[in-house]
Ligand binder design. Sequence first.
Ligand code: AMP
Ligand code: MG
Length: 395
Amino acid sequence: MQSVEAAAKAVAARIERLATERVPLAEAGGRVLADDIVAARALPIFDNSAMDGYAARSAELPATLPVVGQVAAGQVMTEPVPPGVAIRILTGAPMPAGLDTVVIQEDAKVDGANVTLPASPVGDNVRRAGEDINVGETAVTAGTQLGAGSLGLLAALGLVELSVVKRPRVALITTGDELVDVTTTPLPGQIVDSSAHMLGAMVTACGGVPSYFGIAKDDPISLAAMIASAFDHDAIITTGGVSVGDRDHVRSALTAAGVELELWKVAMKPGKPFSFGVNGRVPVFGLPGNPVSSFVVFELFVRPALLAMGGAAVTERPRAPVNLVRGYRKQEGRAHYIRARLERNGEHLIAHPHPKQGSAMLTSLIGCNALVELAADKTEILPNSVVPALLLDAV
Ligand code: AMP
Ligand code: MG
């Protein structure tokens, strides 16, 4: 058996970033930036007022000064401002040349055409050109998934088109003579192929584009043909048929389809049977059939791989120490991944393990926002132990 860490490393070593493509800024939300973006203009572009008030010369204050002009956002005061005067200025308006401070209107006393201003340091209430970002500074780094903040910044910098990494196109193949499509009412002995839907959603959530190839029968020849027909995709996921049952043909089908197999048994629960291989540049993930096992294996090995293919700088889930109030008993040898809901209690995260932990029990995923990780060498986790957990998006 291989440790989870060793298996994850072996997978990561075979994963390559996909090619890039140009997309308009308006379509770049959620995409992963391919290259660092360096600011070609400063932000702000010009010194401007942060508040509504009066612009003056700091060295002349405090003073009562005539107000000789007004400048609002979008206007520019081109004529030089003589000494001994103030200018009415509104938020966002460029600072008139020669003036260096803004007194907010709440602190100014207006009397007819004059205003009395208190002392005000140089630069007070002035947004300096380049104080947000200067020309030549890196605005957003490669590998960032573009969200509201980065899109706003890139727009302010005038980027109309961006280089992003292509989304991995992922073929999904489920296997099993017992499986039927969701639209079919199962006959005795049949079950719905639920994993196709669960895994499709997981692929989408990590930036991939799932393409469902359908249910392969437990017959190595047709399975090999279906796998081979998916090699024009960026990655292939199969489910089921990877343990040692009589009908578990995925291993031989993968080999027959030219997939170089990498690993077999991982010291984890759920999810022990897992195969991974590559055909050229295409990684093939052979997930276990039990839905929750395939969920956990996807989380630990497929998600980081798809994120890396998609160019993401961060591919791991964040981990946090959580409190396992009731403790846990397990056998030595495999790391356990307990589906749990985390609840905050002051500074602590309390893990509430789902009462149903069976690897075929889909309800154990409902409301689950963490996988509590119990190391392979542990047997008894005492009540109130603090253990690591992978933080998931709500499932
Ligand atoms: P297997 O690894 O093929 O022996 O499958 C293990 C268990 O998972 C069996 O009970 C299968 O019926 C079930 N299973 C396999 N594939 C799926 C699927 N796509 N959706 C739901 N259950 C599945
Ligand atoms: Mg099967």
